[in-house]
Each structure stands twice: as C-alpha cells, then as structure tokens.
Design a protein around this ligand. Structure first.
Ligand code: TYD
Ligand code: MG
Length: 459
C-alpha cells in the first residue's frame, strides 16, 4: 500500500501547497484550499498522459491509426468534433447544472448503432435515467446503464464490455480507492480522469466525461482536466430559453472554433441546422427598435435580431440592462452616440435584448446595436431588409470586421436586400458575386443619415 501524505489543494485551479493558504497565489481566489490525502504514486505508474514501453522511434515508422471515426446519429455532434469521434478520445463535456448535458449524452448513446454504449451514472439512479430515456422516445436496446461511482469497478466493466462509447456522468462523482479525499476534490478528479484516459488510449474506446461548472464559469477541478483530455466541449445557453450552444474549446483532432446549436424540446434536444431562420422573427418592419446583425461565432455565420427599447428614465439614474450583450459595451456605445452623433441618451433608460437568449461576443454586432437603439429613440423603424456587420469605434468611426465574405453570403442567402458594413471593409471585399447591395459607411453620421433621413439616402 502506498504511503499517503496530506496536501492542500486549491479547488479552483488545482494548485498545491504543503500548508493552508487563504488566498491562492496562482489564481487569486480566496478560501479555496482544501486538505486532501494523496497516496504517493507507486513508482513506474503513470499519472496522466500516455506512456509506452517502446523506445523512441522515427515518426515515419509510427503506424497511422487506421480506425475510422465513430459516427453518432447526432450529426451536429459529429460535426463539432471534426467529423465523428476518434477512437480512444477522452472528451470533456462541461456546462452549468440543468443545461442539458445528461440529455445530450444520453441521446448520443441511445442512437448509437451498433452499440453498445455504456452510460455510467454517479448522479442519477438507473430508474431516473429510464424516465429520461422514455421521454426522449428513442430505442433503448443499445445502451447499458451502470449506476456506479467507484472508479475501479467502472474500469473493470469497460474492459469486460468493450462498449463503443462510454459516458461518465459526472466526473465529479467518481472516486478512486487510491485517494482518500472525498469525491469532487481536485485530486480525485485528476486521478480518475488520468486513469480513464489511460484506459481509453489502451482500448481505443472513446470516453465522454461530463463535468459541472462552478458559478464563476470554470469547470470545477478545471485546468487540471482541460489539459488531460483530448477534447473540451462546453454546453451553454440560458436555461430560461430553449437555445443551447455546444462549443468546442479544445480539440486535438479538429477545429477548436466549431459550434452547434440545439433547441431543448419536450422530447430532448433537437439540432438546429439553419440557426438564422430561427433567430429572426421576420416582422413586417413596422416596429421600431429592431435591427439584424450578421454575426459569426467560431466559424459559423448567422443572423441575429437585436431589440432595443429606449424610454424616458423613471428615476434620476437611468437604467441600462442587457440580455446576451456586454453591459459595459452598451455603455460605451451609448457614450459614442451621445458624444459623436449628438443623441441625448444620458437621460434615458435603455434595454437591449439579443434574440433567443444567446450570448454574442462578436464586435461586429455593434452597428446593429446602435441602429436598434437609435430606431427606438427616434421611434422610426429600420427597414427589415437590411443587415448590419461592423464594429463601432470610440470616435464614432465604423470599423472593419473579419470574415466579411461569410457574413455577406449568409445575409444574401436569407434574402436580405442590403448589408451595411464598414467602408474600410468594402474596399477589400468582393461583392459582385452577391445579389445583396453593400452599403459602405465610415462614420456614425453616415449611418444616421442613411437609416433615418430619407431625404438624403446616400452616405
Ligand atoms: P439535464 O440533461 O438533466 O441537465 P444537466 O445534466 O446539464 O444538469 O436536463 C436539464 C433540463 O432539461 C431539465 O430542466 C429538463 C429539461 N428537459 C427537457 O426540456 N426536455 C427533455 O426531453 C429532457 C430530457 C429534459
Ligand atoms: Mg446531469
């Protein structure tokens, strides 16, 4: 039996210390150190990563793996992973509680054919999972449910059954006998993940680990897992809405900027193949305060509706509130509109919504945000046939954004007649291929004049 010793481990970043510390010197969090007992690793045993018995060899002599990627029936899941699951991959699927991680993983298992898939549940009983599977209405023959938290028992079952895919829900509930600290601590998570990784590599069975996210948005025991696993997926969205985004944060076998959209329905998650069509409400154009942005998330272009409401402030301090948009960025855009375009917004309440509860970080939606705000302020609708794609700078200049071609194509495909972009983008962009008319603008004044002053339509 290996001798154990006690160390203090930061539960936020995994940093270790021989004694208790109040504030983690690595990640700066307070009160995150927990005492953990760890067994000294027996000599020769690998702790994370792969180890092989063969001496170094020329790369040219290493056999390329001839296994094919495992294709699940969830097309969007395959696409996000770069075209299916590479054999022996260790995938981490993180997300806030209640977002739908277990649902997604179970759906992938149930549809796997030929199976079997092994679904290890440390959180819910087999009966509870049965209820969920019934709700999903998918065939259940190919999925084995195993309610267990002891790592050693799970490893044995994986070896015995040789399933096509293993799901471990969640990694935070799994404990190994080797370590005496309680489930969910950094050393338990790290050790369990390392042992599962070793098994995945040895047997070529792909393993999907589900991991919870702390309220700060990091995976609990986070950094330690992110570098061990091959693929990190993040499932996100607002639980009050139905849209969910599956985002790739790391992928050793594909692009790390892929993303897929799903909709949470009564009977599980449904893939959204044409996000733009769902995110636009196709209003008739008589409402003010609405503008459409041509945005890109990862590698995926989509059009999204921005809604703004500007009203007279009820209290002395005007309110500003946003859904899906950075509030500091809103403050900045309001200051630009006030100072550079002369709109008195400082005495107004401003509310801003991005359709579907999605969070957008793309700076290219700035122009649509300002257009929606001005439209509501002036109570003049923006014509619904126009889309926007540009960043707004501090001096009111309309700045260029990346991947203009993709944005224009997407707007064109969806039947928009015009797209307003930065004049600096327009020079470099090949526009003759599209039916859509490109409107180049350079300053905020041009935008205002074009949208809200019909007497002088040309910028
Ligand atoms: P769940 O997969 O349990 O989330 P997680 O594992 O990330 O904690 O799903 C959570 C929510 O999804 C739950 O509130 C109910 C909802 N849901 C549906 O709307 N439709 C369904 O078919 C299922 C199975 C769940
Ligand atoms: Mg769950």
């Amino acid at each position: 039996m290996a001798r154990s010793r006690s160390i203090w481990v930061c539960q936020n970043c995994g940093a270790e210390s021989p004694k208790w510390v109040g504030r983690c010197p690595v990640c700066g969090e307070w009160n995150t150190y927990v005492e953990e007992l760890v067994a000294k690793p027996s000599p020769g045993k690998s702790r994370g990563g792969v180890s092989s018995s063969s001496p170094p060899q020329p790369l040219a002599h290493v056999h390329s793996p001839d296994h094919e990627r495992l294709l699940t029936r969830t097309g969007e899941f395959n696409r996000v992973l770069g075209g299916g699951i590479v054999p022996g991959t260790l995938i981490l699927l993180g997300g806030e509680p209640g977002i739908g991680k277990s649902t997604l993983a179970l759906q992938v298992c149930l549809q796997l054919s030929p199976g079997p898939a092994l679904y290890v549940s440390g959180e819910e009983s087999a009966e509870q999972i049965k209820l969920r599977a019934d709700r999903l209405g998918l065939p259940q023959e190919n999925t084995l449910i195993y309610a267990e938290t002891r790592l050693e028992a799970i490893l044995d079952q994986i070896r015995n059954l040789s399933p096509q895919l293993v799901v471990v829900d969640s990694i935070q509930t799994i404990t190994t006998e080797e370590i005496t600290s309680s489930a969910g601590t950094v050393s338990q998570i790290r050790e369990s993940a390392a042992r599962l990784l070793a098994l995945a590599k040895e047997t070529a069975i792909p393993i999907l680990l589900i991991g919870h996210i702390t309220k700060e948005g990091t995976l609990a025991g986070p950094k330690v897992l992110e570098h061990i696993v091959d693929v990190v997926l993040h499932f996100e969205g607002d639980t009050k809405f139905f849209f969910r985004i599956l985002r790739v944060l790391k992928n050793r076998f594909g692009s790390a900027s892929e993303l897929a959209l799903f909709e949470m329905k009564e009977d599980g998650l449904q893939e959204i193949l044409n996000p733009s069509e769902l995110l636009l409400s196709h209003l008739d154009g008589s409402l003010s305060g609405i503008a459409t942005a041509a945005t890109i998330d990862g590698v995926r272009p989509f059009l999204i509706e921005i809604q703004a409401l500007v009203s007279t402030a009820v209290y002395g301090t005007p309110q500003r509130s946003t859904t899906g948009f950075d509030i500091r960025r809103l403050h900045m855009l309001l200051a630009v509109l006030e100072k550079r375009a002369g709109f008195r917004l400082s005495a107004r309440d401003v509310f801003l919504n991005i359709a579907g509860g999605l969070r957008v970080d793309d700076p290219a939606i700035d122009l649509a945000v300002t257009a929606a705000i001005l439209s509501s302020y002036l109570d003049l609708p923006v014509t619904p046939s126009i889309a926007f794609a540009a960043e707004v700078g501090l001096s009111g200049e309309i700045r260029p954004v990346t991947r203009m071609d993709q944005r224009i194509s997407e707007a064109d495909k969806l039947g928009f007649k015009k797209i307003m972009i930065s004049g600096y983008n327009a020079k470099k962009t090949e526009t003759s291929r599209h039916k859509i008319t490109v409107i180049p603008v350079k300053r905020m004044e041009d935008v205002v004049r074009y949208l809200f002053n019909p007497k002088n339509p040309k910028p």
